[in-house]
Design a protein around this ligand. Structure first.
Ligand code: ZN
Ligand code: FE
Length: 277
Protein backbone atom coordinates (compact mmCIF):
# COMPACT_ATOMS: atom_id res chain seq x y z
CA UNK A 1 0.00 0.00 0.00
CA UNK A 2 3.07 2.22 -0.09
CA UNK A 3 2.21 3.40 -3.58
CA UNK A 4 -1.25 4.43 -2.38
CA UNK A 5 0.12 6.41 0.55
CA UNK A 6 2.64 8.05 -1.73
CA UNK A 7 -0.08 8.98 -4.18
CA UNK A 8 -2.40 10.30 -1.48
CA UNK A 9 0.43 12.36 -0.09
CA UNK A 10 1.05 13.89 -3.49
CA UNK A 11 -2.52 15.07 -3.70
CA UNK A 12 -2.80 16.41 -0.20
CA UNK A 13 -3.26 20.15 0.11
CA UNK A 14 0.03 21.89 0.59
CA UNK A 15 0.66 22.89 4.19
CA UNK A 16 2.75 25.70 5.61
CA UNK A 17 5.94 23.61 5.26
CA UNK A 18 5.63 23.33 1.51
CA UNK A 19 8.46 24.97 -0.35
CA UNK A 20 6.03 26.88 -2.55
CA UNK A 21 4.64 28.69 0.49
CA UNK A 22 8.05 29.13 2.09
CA UNK A 23 8.12 32.37 3.99
CA UNK A 24 9.81 35.12 2.09
CA UNK A 25 11.84 37.86 3.68
CA UNK A 26 12.98 40.88 1.73
CA UNK A 27 16.22 42.45 2.95
CA UNK A 28 17.37 45.85 1.72
CA UNK A 29 20.83 47.16 2.48
CA UNK A 30 21.28 50.93 2.78
CA UNK A 31 24.75 52.41 2.64
CA UNK A 32 24.87 55.57 4.81
CA UNK A 33 27.36 57.93 6.48
CA UNK A 34 30.98 56.92 5.89
CA UNK A 35 30.75 53.18 6.11
CA UNK A 36 27.49 52.25 7.91
CA UNK A 37 24.87 49.82 6.71
CA UNK A 38 21.23 50.07 7.71
CA UNK A 39 19.03 47.07 6.95
CA UNK A 40 15.35 47.17 6.12
CA UNK A 41 13.68 43.81 6.54
CA UNK A 42 10.21 43.36 5.06
CA UNK A 43 7.79 40.48 5.47
CA UNK A 44 5.42 40.62 2.47
CA UNK A 45 2.83 38.37 4.11
CA UNK A 46 2.14 40.48 7.20
CA UNK A 47 3.38 43.75 5.71
CA UNK A 48 5.60 44.29 8.75
CA UNK A 49 8.90 46.08 8.16
CA UNK A 50 11.83 46.47 10.54
CA UNK A 51 14.79 48.84 10.34
CA UNK A 52 17.90 47.46 11.95
CA UNK A 53 20.30 50.06 13.37
CA UNK A 54 18.95 53.15 11.57
CA UNK A 55 21.91 55.51 11.82
CA UNK A 56 19.90 58.18 10.01
CA UNK A 57 16.21 58.56 9.16
CA UNK A 58 15.87 60.02 5.67
CA UNK A 59 17.33 57.19 3.57
CA UNK A 60 15.06 54.79 5.46
CA UNK A 61 12.01 56.98 4.84
CA UNK A 62 12.91 57.15 1.14
CA UNK A 63 13.06 53.37 0.75
CA UNK A 64 9.82 52.92 2.72
CA UNK A 65 8.13 55.47 0.50
CA UNK A 66 9.40 53.98 -2.73
CA UNK A 67 8.24 50.47 -1.79
CA UNK A 68 5.01 51.60 -0.08
CA UNK A 69 6.15 49.87 3.08
CA UNK A 70 5.13 50.92 6.57
CA UNK A 71 7.83 50.81 9.22
CA UNK A 72 6.54 48.78 12.17
CA UNK A 73 9.73 48.19 14.17
CA UNK A 74 13.23 49.39 14.86
CA UNK A 75 15.67 46.81 16.17
CA UNK A 76 18.83 48.30 17.69
CA UNK A 77 21.90 46.19 18.34
CA UNK A 78 23.50 48.77 20.66
CA UNK A 79 23.35 52.40 21.74
CA UNK A 80 26.10 54.03 19.64
CA UNK A 81 25.01 57.10 17.68
CA UNK A 82 25.73 55.53 14.30
CA UNK A 83 23.15 52.83 15.11
CA UNK A 84 20.36 54.79 16.81
CA UNK A 85 20.66 58.24 15.19
CA UNK A 86 17.44 57.84 13.19
CA UNK A 87 15.35 56.33 16.01
CA UNK A 88 13.35 59.34 17.15
CA UNK A 89 12.55 60.80 13.76
CA UNK A 90 11.49 57.41 12.40
CA UNK A 91 9.35 56.72 15.46
CA UNK A 92 7.72 60.12 15.21
CA UNK A 93 7.00 59.80 11.48
CA UNK A 94 5.92 56.14 11.37
CA UNK A 95 4.76 55.22 14.87
CA UNK A 96 7.05 52.18 14.90
CA UNK A 97 8.10 50.53 18.16
CA UNK A 98 11.73 50.39 19.24
CA UNK A 99 13.33 47.22 20.54
CA UNK A 100 16.77 46.99 22.14
CA UNK A 101 18.58 45.31 25.02
CA UNK A 102 16.71 45.79 28.29
CA UNK A 103 19.95 46.80 29.99
CA UNK A 104 20.34 49.66 27.50
CA UNK A 105 16.90 51.18 28.04
CA UNK A 106 18.39 54.35 29.56
CA UNK A 107 20.50 55.05 26.50
CA UNK A 108 18.39 53.98 23.52
CA UNK A 109 16.41 56.96 22.14
CA UNK A 110 12.68 56.15 22.03
CA UNK A 111 13.12 52.79 23.75
CA UNK A 112 9.85 50.76 23.94
CA UNK A 113 10.62 47.09 24.43
CA UNK A 114 13.56 45.41 26.15
CA UNK A 115 15.01 42.05 25.15
CA UNK A 116 17.45 39.68 26.86
CA UNK A 117 19.55 36.75 25.71
CA UNK A 118 17.44 33.89 24.37
CA UNK A 119 14.27 35.91 23.80
CA UNK A 120 12.27 35.09 20.72
CA UNK A 121 10.53 37.94 18.96
CA UNK A 122 8.83 38.01 15.57
CA UNK A 123 8.45 39.98 12.36
CA UNK A 124 5.18 38.64 10.98
CA UNK A 125 5.70 34.87 10.90
CA UNK A 126 9.46 35.15 11.03
CA UNK A 127 11.06 34.07 14.29
CA UNK A 128 13.93 36.16 15.57
CA UNK A 129 16.24 34.82 18.24
CA UNK A 130 17.92 37.46 20.37
CA UNK A 131 21.52 36.64 21.28
CA UNK A 132 23.34 38.82 23.78
CA UNK A 133 26.92 39.53 22.64
CA UNK A 134 28.65 41.83 25.16
CA UNK A 135 32.14 43.06 24.28
CA UNK A 136 31.85 46.05 21.94
CA UNK A 137 29.31 47.47 24.41
CA UNK A 138 27.94 45.82 27.55
CA UNK A 139 24.39 45.65 26.19
CA UNK A 140 25.09 44.57 22.62
CA UNK A 141 22.58 42.11 21.14
CA UNK A 142 22.30 40.50 17.70
CA UNK A 143 19.15 39.41 15.87
CA UNK A 144 19.04 35.95 14.33
CA UNK A 145 16.21 35.31 11.87
CA UNK A 146 16.26 31.59 12.50
CA UNK A 147 14.35 30.15 9.52
CA UNK A 148 15.75 32.73 7.14
CA UNK A 149 19.36 31.91 8.06
CA UNK A 150 20.10 35.61 8.52
CA UNK A 151 22.05 37.26 11.32
CA UNK A 152 22.11 41.01 11.94
CA UNK A 153 25.15 41.41 14.12
CA UNK A 154 25.70 45.16 14.53
CA UNK A 155 29.27 45.85 15.64
CA UNK A 156 30.01 42.42 17.13
CA UNK A 157 31.23 40.72 13.97
CA UNK A 158 32.59 42.22 10.77
CA UNK A 159 33.84 40.67 7.57
CA UNK A 160 37.24 39.31 8.65
CA UNK A 161 37.04 41.35 11.85
CA UNK A 162 35.18 42.02 15.08
CA UNK A 163 34.12 45.07 17.07
CA UNK A 164 36.49 47.04 19.28
CA UNK A 165 36.24 46.42 23.01
CA UNK A 166 34.73 49.65 24.31
CA UNK A 167 32.81 48.30 27.29
CA UNK A 168 33.81 44.69 27.57
CA UNK A 169 36.76 42.41 28.16
CA UNK A 170 38.44 40.21 25.58
CA UNK A 171 36.96 37.23 27.40
CA UNK A 172 33.41 38.58 27.05
CA UNK A 173 33.86 39.26 23.35
CA UNK A 174 35.43 35.88 22.80
CA UNK A 175 32.47 34.18 24.49
CA UNK A 176 30.07 36.25 22.39
CA UNK A 177 31.84 35.19 19.20
CA UNK A 178 31.69 31.54 20.31
CA UNK A 179 27.89 31.84 20.31
CA UNK A 180 27.92 33.12 16.74
CA UNK A 181 30.42 30.46 15.71
CA UNK A 182 27.87 27.81 16.72
CA UNK A 183 25.20 28.99 14.25
CA UNK A 184 24.65 27.10 10.97
CA UNK A 185 27.60 27.68 8.62
CA UNK A 186 25.27 28.82 5.83
CA UNK A 187 24.07 31.76 7.96
CA UNK A 188 24.16 35.04 6.05
CA UNK A 189 25.83 37.68 8.19
CA UNK A 190 24.75 41.30 7.86
CA UNK A 191 27.31 43.55 9.56
CA UNK A 192 26.74 47.22 10.36
CA UNK A 193 29.96 48.54 8.78
CA UNK A 194 32.02 48.22 5.62
CA UNK A 195 35.41 47.66 7.29
CA UNK A 196 36.37 44.70 5.14
CA UNK A 197 39.40 45.96 3.25
CA UNK A 198 41.30 47.13 6.32
CA UNK A 199 40.26 44.01 8.23
CA UNK A 200 41.51 41.82 5.43
CA UNK A 201 44.85 43.63 5.24
CA UNK A 202 45.29 43.04 8.96
CA UNK A 203 44.19 39.39 8.68
CA UNK A 204 46.96 38.82 6.14
CA UNK A 205 49.58 40.07 8.62
CA UNK A 206 48.69 37.34 11.14
CA UNK A 207 47.97 34.59 8.61
CA UNK A 208 49.86 35.44 5.42
CA UNK A 209 49.84 31.84 4.15
CA UNK A 210 46.04 31.39 4.32
CA UNK A 211 45.16 30.63 0.70
CA UNK A 212 41.44 31.31 1.10
CA UNK A 213 42.21 34.62 2.75
CA UNK A 214 44.51 35.63 -0.11
CA UNK A 215 41.88 34.72 -2.70
CA UNK A 216 39.14 36.44 -0.79
CA UNK A 217 41.14 39.66 -0.62
CA UNK A 218 41.49 39.68 -4.39
CA UNK A 219 37.71 39.55 -4.74
CA UNK A 220 37.22 42.14 -1.99
CA UNK A 221 39.65 44.56 -3.62
CA UNK A 222 37.79 44.28 -6.92
CA UNK A 223 34.44 44.87 -5.24
CA UNK A 224 35.72 47.93 -3.39
CA UNK A 225 37.29 49.35 -6.51
CA UNK A 226 33.76 49.44 -7.93
CA UNK A 227 32.47 50.73 -4.56
CA UNK A 228 30.32 47.63 -4.14
CA UNK A 229 29.48 46.23 -0.69
CA UNK A 230 31.37 43.21 0.62
CA UNK A 231 28.61 42.55 3.14
CA UNK A 232 26.75 40.23 3.71
CA UNK A 233 29.17 37.42 4.34
CA UNK A 234 28.54 33.85 5.46
CA UNK A 235 29.63 32.12 8.62
CA UNK A 236 31.42 29.57 6.45
CA UNK A 237 33.56 32.27 4.83
CA UNK A 238 34.31 33.87 8.20
CA UNK A 239 35.39 30.57 9.74
CA UNK A 240 37.95 30.26 6.95
CA UNK A 241 39.26 33.83 6.88
CA UNK A 242 38.35 35.83 9.99
CA UNK A 243 41.34 35.79 12.39
CA UNK A 244 38.98 36.35 15.35
CA UNK A 245 37.36 33.01 14.53
CA UNK A 246 40.64 31.24 13.93
CA UNK A 247 42.41 31.17 17.29
CA UNK A 248 42.39 27.36 17.02
CA UNK A 249 44.49 27.42 13.83
CA UNK A 250 47.90 25.97 14.64
CA UNK A 251 49.58 28.04 11.93
CA UNK A 252 48.06 31.25 13.30
CA UNK A 253 49.15 30.30 16.82
CA UNK A 254 52.69 29.68 15.62
CA UNK A 255 52.76 32.96 13.71
CA UNK A 256 51.94 34.71 16.99
CA UNK A 257 54.42 32.61 18.97
CA UNK A 258 51.52 31.43 21.15
CA UNK A 259 51.31 27.71 20.43
CA UNK A 260 50.58 26.79 24.04
CA UNK A 261 48.26 29.63 24.96
CA UNK A 262 44.56 29.47 25.76
CA UNK A 263 42.15 30.37 22.93
CA UNK A 264 40.94 33.47 24.75
CA UNK A 265 44.53 34.69 25.20
CA UNK A 266 45.19 34.27 21.50
CA UNK A 267 41.98 36.13 20.73
CA UNK A 268 43.03 38.98 23.06
CA UNK A 269 46.42 39.17 21.36
CA UNK A 270 44.87 39.40 17.88
CA UNK A 271 42.46 42.07 19.14
CA UNK A 272 45.28 44.20 20.57
CA UNK A 273 47.38 43.80 17.40
CA UNK A 274 44.41 44.97 15.37
CA UNK A 275 43.86 47.96 17.69
CA UNK A 276 47.38 49.10 16.82
CA UNK A 277 47.28 48.19 13.15
ZN1 ZN B 1 29.31 50.65 17.77
FE1 FE C 1 29.05 51.26 14.69
Amino acid sequence: MDWLNAMLKRWQPKGPDDSRTKKMLIIRQLSVLNDNYIYLVHDPVSGETAAIDPAVAQPVLDVLDKNKWKLTAILNTHHHGDHVGGNLELKQKTGCTITAALSDQHRIPGFDRGVVDGDEITLGQHKIQVISTPGHTSGHVVYHFIDDCALFCGDTLFVMGCGRLFEGTAEQMWLSLQKLKALPVATQIYCAHEYTQTNGRFALTVEPGNRQLQQRMEVINQLREKQLPTVPTTLEQELATNPFFREDSVVLQENLGMANSKPVEIFAKIRSLKDNF
